[in-house]
Design a protein around this ligand. Structure first.
Ligand SMILES: [Zn+2]
Length: 279
């Protein structure tokens, strides 16, 4: 079958589905249901709910972060239940209710899974950190195309390379940058003197980088090599950066600093962060 034929069939099926869900949406509008919506989405979190259902939080590419119930998703014969795994990339159909906060998930088709990362404890910890951060920083119903692309890029690289050190470092750095929380890397936030080739210092209790003179007890080192890696991250796509053994320490230090800034802005500790230290 040629690619064009496949695409045409897929488009037909899609159109049919959208039409049929529109019909059912229209029919149930009288019961306070809004018309069905469809979006590409990344599953952020799922929890068992009752005997057979799942509570699912997802980031819709065109809808932002949404929480909903997938009824019957935990039953064996349910066709889409297995697609609702953390960071899986899906096409999702759901209906909103005027009176409730949770949407009702009707259907999910798998676009991309991360089975290798999902089934390995160490790798799944990396995915869990991404999921926890997104769940906490992304406001509900607010579209964020850059974060959507960043999550997919990081998850794909964890899956492809079989390691989370570089992907998670890149993810944390860009999350801080997209959040507008990145401190100046060239000057001390307290006395404004330039770092030059000297190290800087930071902690999770205040934003910014400090110089040797202004550093407070307990602050962590932010070496010039870490600043250099951050500059690479700012200018290069993750999947074009070749991981070298020499980057290992800088990637870890940059990730730790970025996670500290994320925690500062969230005003809470990330639960998954400790798990990273043990994998
Ligand atoms: Zn200073």
């Amino acid at each position: 079958m040629s690619a064009r034929v496949v695409i045409t069939i897929v488009l037909r099926v899609r159109t049919f589905r959208t039409e049929s869900s529109r019909w059912s949406g229209a029919a149930s509008a009288r019961r306070l249901l809004m018309p069905a919506r469809e979006t590409e989405a990344i599953i952020l979190k799922t929890f068992p709910l009752g005997e057979a259902d799942r509570l699912v939080s997802f980031l819709g590419r065109s809808t932002g972060r949404v929480r909903g119930v997938a009824a019957g998703a935990r039953r064996l014969k349910n066709r889409y239940g297995s697609t609702l795994e953390v960071l899986f990339h899906v096409q999702i159909w759901y209906v909103e209710k005027e009176t409730r906060e949770l949407v009702r998930i009707q259907q999910a088709d798998l676009l991309e899974s991360f089975h290798k990362a999902q089934s390995d404890y160490g790798l799944s910890t990396g995915l869990a950190v991404i999921s926890e951060i997104c769940e906490l920083i992304l406001p509900e119903h607010e579209v964020s195309e850059p974060m959507f692309r960043l999550i997919l890029l990081a998850a794909r690289e964890v899956e492809r390379t079989g390691g989370w050190n570089l992907p998670l470092s890149y993810f944390a750095f860009w999350t801080v940058r997209l959040g507008g929380w990145l401190p100046r890397f060239d000057r001390c936030v307290a006395c404004d003197s330039p770092f030059g080739s000297n190290a800087a210092y930071y902690d999770a209790h205040q934003p910014g980088l400090f110089c040797e003179k202004c550093r407070r007890p307990g602050m962590k080192l932010f070496r010039p090599e870490v600043r250099a890696l951050a500059e690479r991250f700012a200018g290069e796509r993750l999947d074009r950066i070749e991981y070298e053994k020499s980057m290992q320490t800088s990637a870890r230090e940059l990730r730790e600093a970025a996670l500290a800034w994320i925690e500062y802005h969230l005003e809470r500790r990330l639960k998954t962060r400790e798990l990273l230290e043990t994998t």
